[in-house]
Write a protein of this length. Structure first.
Length: 201
């Protein structure tokens, strides 16, 4: 990375750190991009070069944080451990990303549903990375006989991710979200997915 690129990366990082601090302390609606620029030590116009709107800044902030969470989750989830435990570990890193500011996370989750342009593309790529990572873990689990061999790994991955999405969507809207509650619910859903719901005879 060239010196100019390094300076741009550091400036971007300062802007995102300032946005996170202000959105959390003052609230998303009250905080302004001008305040973000002041706290980051950059010109107001510089913020707009990175994110043309406050919502775009929010999207950029969480897409960055979730990308880092995915990398951490994949490192922490041992590939040889049971698949449901791996997925719970990976998804828990996402929950932890949201846990420090649930109200702000709820705003992001609502906004990203309608994201377009650069942020929409970035979020789509992030979701693709989620699914590809889970598909790889499902395939390994199939190789050791933990998941039925005839099931398409992508379908299993999408089902697991859908369960996570339902949990996080409702959890961040709780009056007082507790991460352990979300993990407990997610664990139960993953166990149901891998054990099946049919009556045992």
């Amino acid at each position: 990375m060239s010196r100019i690129e390094q300076k741009k990366a550091l400036k971007r990082e300062r802007i995102l750190e300032a946005a996170r601090a202000l959105f959390t302390s003052r609230g998303y609606d009250a905080a302004t991009t001008r305040e973000v620029a002041t706290l980051a030590g950059v010109a107001h116009g510089t913020v707009f070069r990175y994110a043309p709107t406050k919502q775009d800044l929010l999207l950029m902030l969480y897409i960055d944080r979730l990308s880092a969470a995915l990398e951490r989750g994949l490192r922490e989830a041992a590939p040889e451990s049971p698949l449901d435990e791996q997925l719970l570990t990976i998804f828990s890193t996402f929950l932890e990303t949201y846990a420090d500011a649930p109200a702000l996370a709820a705003r992001f989750i609502e906004a990203v549903r309608f994201a377009s342009g650069q942020r929409g593309t970035e979020y789509a790529r992030l979701n693709e990375a989620y699914i590809e990572a889970i598909v790889a873990r499902v395939a390994l689990a199939q190789g050791r006989g933990e998941v039925r061999a005839e099931l398409p790994p992508a379908a299993v991955a999408e089902a697991a991710f859908a369960m996570y999405a339902v949990v996080v969507y409702t959890w961040v809207r709780c009056p007082e979200p507790v991460i352990e509650d979300a993990q407990t619910k997610l664990r139960a859903l993953l166990e149901m997915l891998f054990n099946g719901v049919g009556a045992r005879t």
